[in-house]
Design a protein around this ligand. Structure first.
Ligand code: FPP
Length: 245
């Protein structure tokens, strides 16, 4: 076949790193007269669908905002439900992750998580460490400002003990002290549910990212939503502050 006549592939090449703020579980459940916990459960199904779609499309990094530092302010019962779902997920999903070459990483403040959840996270990260098709980064008890403060604190400690010259601290050295030190910045950020905020998610890393705000609620998010977002991503021109051609 003459290559000139091939149909365009609107999702190709895929963005290397896609971030998603998974929003709208509660509204999805409330609209159906169901408890919010059911919305979160359906949200976990959408996580599985999205990982499959990301694998299929050739995305290399998928970052998912699962629980923010601010989410600790939710009612205790909802936090218990969410943590229970997370336990289930970590216990049951590792086999699927390994069968499909998916590496799992979790970023955020582990000191606030229950010790058994921390142990499950460490076990899942260890068991999936050799997988290299797709890296799924779950942000849990995560806040972008806190991440930057922690990086600044570690740099200050190094400066105080003479291990780094303060004059040499630059964007690269700060980025090297973030959870995402070895991960390329997201190319595309999607937020579902119609809200148009970044809510303290990867605020350093999103400096040049293309944002897409979709009206779909997270439990309804499908492969075609991801494909449509990637097609739109390809229609945008990324200039990184320079002048377009
Ligand atoms: C936002 O919806 C969603 C969350 C705070 C939790 C996200 C959790 C999941 C998708 C399920 C578990 C995740 C994993 C990785 C297994 P919301 O409750 O803020 O919805 P609302 O804005 O409609 O109230």
């Amino acid at each position: 076949m003459n290559i000139v006549n091939l149909p365009p592939r609107p999702h190709f090449p895929p963005p290397v790193h896609v971030g998603i703020i998974m929003d709208g579980n509660g509204r999805w459940a409330t609209a159906r007269g169901l408890p919010r916990a059911v919305g979160h459960k359906q949200g976990a199904e959408a996580v599985r669908r999205t990982m499959e779609a990301a694998l299929h499309l050739g995305i290399r990094y998928l970052s998912l905002f699962a629980f923010s530092s601010e989410n600790w302010k939710r009612p205790a019962a909802e936090i218990i439900d969410l943590m229970g779902l997370l336990r289930l997920y970590l216990r049951n999903e590792v086999r699927y992750l390994c069968e499909n070459g998916i590496r799992l990483r979790v970023i955020g403040d582990r000191a606030r998580l229950a010790p058994d959840i921390v142990a499950l996270i460490e076990d899942s990260e260890r068991r999936t460490a050799g997988n290299d098709k797709l890296t799924v980064i779950i942000a849990l008890s995560y806040g972008g400002r806190a991440e930057i403060v922690e990086a600044a604190r570690r740099l200050a400690e190094k400066a105080a003990t003479g291990r780094i010259d303060p004059n040499e601290i630059d964007e690269d050295s700060l980025a090297e002290h973030l959870y995402t030190a070895d991960v390329p910045d997201p190319d595309l950020l999607i937020r579902t549910s119609g809200e148009k905020r970044i809510s303290n998610f990867l605020i350093w890393q999103l400096a040049y990212t293309e944002f897409m705000f979709l009206d779909v609620l997270w439990p309804d998010f499908s492969r075609s939503d991801l494909e449509a977002a990637i097609s739109e991503f390809h229609r945008r021109e990324r200039r990184y502050g320079a002048i377009g051609v």
